[in-house]
Each structure stands twice: as structure tokens, then as C-alpha cells.
Design a binder for this molecule. Structure first.
Ligand SMILES: *Cc1c(COP(=O)(O)O)cnc(C)c1O
Length: 397
């Protein structure tokens, strides 16, 4: 492991977390076991006391899971990582580790929906207050800080508006108020953005998305910077129990090997698709961090090495045009989620946010013609041709 730390990022993707195993397999074996045999009561006792390294029970640790965790920690530049059963398990474990009753959390308003619900509805039941802010303006974070603010929680680019927050600015505000900065780095992955380099204290991911990258696993991860944090988080995760299982950890570790190459290719594709959309007469606006029209383009240039695969755009034809595009695409797959090798397309107003009603959608910034695209690694020309024919259908509704 340690000699891999000096490797370049793309080499690390291939080699990080790979150790030596019995019989010399090139890939870490899947230790599909719930529990581990002790050699003696004395050895079992030494493991429980932490005097000896080893495995006891898979909820506590497992070699296949640990190999993947070491890989993600290395890619993010953290100390260690904790594999979780989903992105939400990683986020809920993080917040329940860091916050106590009576504390306050400031969070970006453009966060993943269930994250906002967790903070606003669930944490509230434990007497934890929260303030959502438009974190693209750092003054809003500063003004929301209170003496009991313990966490600043940022997702950048955020969901679904792709609003971008200046990470080093947010870290400075959090730290000068004695709070920690937690960053959800799902949309970028460490291939394109490494929040620890900008002052973050904890990084979380839905590995369901880019880290695994193949739309066949639900998983999450917490990455921490210090041994002290690692112990604290591991203890809470062990009690809450939302761990990843060995088989999913194996799949994610396999996905990581192509992370760098996937993120480069899908960023290139997304840039071409975004430019095509921006020039299309049926499209009102396009939000993509690689376009100069993005309101936080400068910040994106500073903290992201490429713009990523997520594009939001608004159709001039509104709700009906959105439905028409969804029902006309052939290569793009009509599905929620993101971050896979295949391009996914979604129309929040007629799908995920339909039950909210138009008025509530408007208040939440979910406009009627808003389309979200997670660009994959297909040929960009094929993607553009597919969108072109779907937009053509939308022009007649
Ligand atoms: C999907 C997602 C999550 C939640 O992850 P799950 O693996 O679905 O639990 C959290 N944050 C972001 C930004 C996401 O896209």
C-alpha cells in the first residue's frame, strides 16, 4: 500500500488497496464470511482488546471491504475510509457521529433530496437544528453560522442545479467557527475533485454512482483524515450497522480501476453534449460546469480538474416537451440515478418530483422543462444524434 502512495492518480486507481493474499491472487479474494475463527480464547481476547490486528466479525471489518476502503482513502488522499451499505448510510452515519442534541448544522440547499430530509426532519427529532443556505455565496454560510454550529455540509456540484460551492472558502468559515466541513463528493469523484486538498474534514460518497460506475451496486463510503476520526466513525458505524457487504465491496473495487479513464471520457462527452444542447433552438438554458455560462464557472476551474458527466437543461416547451423527450430517446436510458457507463436521462417534473405538484416544484427550483442527464462513455456523436431526434419530436408537442 504505502509504496503506492507516490503513484500518479491513474496508476493508483489500478493498484490502490491491493495487497498480498494466500495463493497470490492478483485481485483481492471475496471473503464471503460473516465471522472469523479464533485460534484460541487468548487470541480472540487480544483481537477484542485491539492488541492484535485481525478480523472478528464482518460488521466490524472484513478483508475484501478493507481492501476497497484503502483504495478509496488513497484516491481521496484521506487516512482511512469506511464502506457503507448506501450513500445515505454513509451520510446518516457521518451526521450521527459528528452531531449531538443541541447542535446546529448549516447545509447547501442544493443537496440530494433524502439528505435534506434527513437533516430537516430526522435530525430535528434529536434536537439538532439546521439552516439551508445558497452556499454558492460564501456570505450566506458565514451569516448562518451560530455558536453551536458543528457541521457545514456541502455538496458540490449540487443536485440538480449543479450549483458550485467554493470549498476552500467554506472550509475557512467552518474552521474559524470551530465546525467541521463535510463534503459530498459524489458528482465529481476523487478523479476530478479532492475536497481534502481544499480543507474538507470528512468526504462522503454514494459509491452507487461514479466510484462503482456500472449501475450494479448500491453502496456508500465515508473518508476521514485522522486516526482519531477513524476510530470515532468506526465505532458509530459498528453500532448503527449500515456496512457494505464483501461482494459489493469487491465490485466497487473493480470499478475503481477504470475510474480515471471513465471520468475523463464522460467529461469529454458531456462537454460535447452540453455545447450541442446550448446551441439547440428547443433548449432555453444549459447548466454545465464546463460551460462559461455556468454562474460558478471560475470556481469550477479552480477546484475541479474536469467538468464531470452531469448536465441540467431546460426545454422551452416545458412539461410536455420534457415528457416527449423522455419518451423519444433510444440510446439514453430513462432512469433515475447517475454515474454509470451508460447515459441516463430524467425529467424531474414528470417523474421524481411529479407528486410535489407544480407550485412546490417551482419553489424548489424544479422547473417544468428541467431535464437531467448523466452522460456515459458511449460515442458522443451517437448521444448527440439521439438527443437531436428526441428534441425534434419535442418541437411538435
Ligand atoms: C445518490 C446520491 C446519494 C445517496 O446515495 P445512495 O447510494 O442512493 O444511498 C447521496 N448524494 C448524492 C449526491 C447522490 O447522488
Amino acid at each position: 500500500m504505502s509504496e503506492n502512495e507516490n503513484l500518479k492518480f491513474d496508476s493508483k486507481c489500478v493498484h490502490a488497496g491491493i495487497g498480498d493474499y494466500e495463493h497470490g491472487p492478483v485481485i483481492p479474494p471475496i471473503y464471503q464470511t460473516s465471522t472469523f475463527k479464533f485460534e484460541s480464547t487468548q487470541q480472540g481476547a487480544a483481537l477484542f482488546k485491539g492488541e492484535k490486528e485481525g478480523y472478528i466479525y464482518t460488521r466490524m471489518s472484513n478483508p475484501t471491504v478493507e481492501a476497497m476502503e484503502k483504495a478509496v482513502a488513497s484516491l481521496e488522499g484521506g487516512y482511512r475510509a469506511l464502506g457503507c451499505g448506501s450513500g445515505m448510510a454513509a451520510i446518516s452515519t457521518t451526521l450521527l457521529t459528528l452531531l449531538n442534541a443541541g447542535d446546529h448544522i448549516v447545509f447547501s440547499e442544493a443537496v440530494y433530496g433524502p439528505t435534506a430530509t434527513l437533516i430537516v426532519n430526522v435530525l430535528k427529532r434529536f434536537n439538532i437544528e439546521s439552516t439551508p443556505v445558497d452556499s454558492t455565496n460564501l456570505d450566506n454560510i458565514k451569516n448562518a453560522m451560530k455558536p453551536n454550529t458543528k457541521v457545514v455540509y456541502i455538496e458540490t456540484p449540487g443536485n440538480p442545479t449543479l450549483a458550485i460551492t467554493d470549498l476552500s472558502g467554506a472550509a475557512e468559515i467552518a474552521h474559524s467557527n470551530g465546525a467541521v466541513l463535510v463534503v459530498d463528493n459524489t458528482f465529481m469523484s476523487p478523479a476530478l475533485q479532492r475536497p481534502f486538498e481544499h480543507g474538507a474534514d470528512v468526504v462522503v460518497h454514494s459509491m452507487t454512482k461514479f466510484l462503482n460506475g456500472h449501475a450494479d451496486v448500491v453502496a456508500g463510503i465515508i473518508v476521514v483524515k485522522t486516526q482519531e476520526d477513524y476510530k470515532k466513525f468506526r465505532s458509530v458505524l459498528n453500532q448503527l450497522g449500515g456496512v457494505i457487504d464483501p461482494f459489493n465491496a469487491f465490485l466497487v473495487h473493480r470499478g475503481l480501476k477504470t475510474l480515471d479513464i471513465r471520468m475523463k471520457k464522460l467529461s469529454e462527452n458531456a462537454m460535447k453534449v452540453a455545447k450541442f444542447l446550448e446551441s439547440h433552438p428547443q433548449v432555453k438554458w444549459v447548466r454545465y460546469p464546463g460551460l462559461e455560462s455556468h454562474p460558478q464557472y471560475e470556481i469550477a476551474q479552480k477546484q475541479q480538474s474536469a467538468p464531470g458527466g452531469m448536465i441540467s437543461f431546460e426545454l422551452k416547451g416545458g412539461f410536455a416537451a420534457g415528457e416527449a423527450v423522455m419518451n423519444s430517446v433510444k440510446l439514453c436510458t430513462l432512469a433515475v440515478s447517475l454515474g454509470g457507463v451508460e447515459t441516463l436521462i430524467q425529467h424531474p417534473a414528470s417523474m421524481t418530483h411529479l407528486s410535489m405538484g407544480q407550485k412546490a416544484r417551482e419553489e424548489a427550483g424544479i422547473t417544468e422543462g428541467l431535464v437531467r442527464l448523466s452522460v456515459g462513455i458511449e460515442n458522443a456523436d451517437d448521444l448527440i444524434a439521439d438527443l437531436e431526434q428526441a428534441l425534434e419530436k419535442a418541437s411538435t408537442v
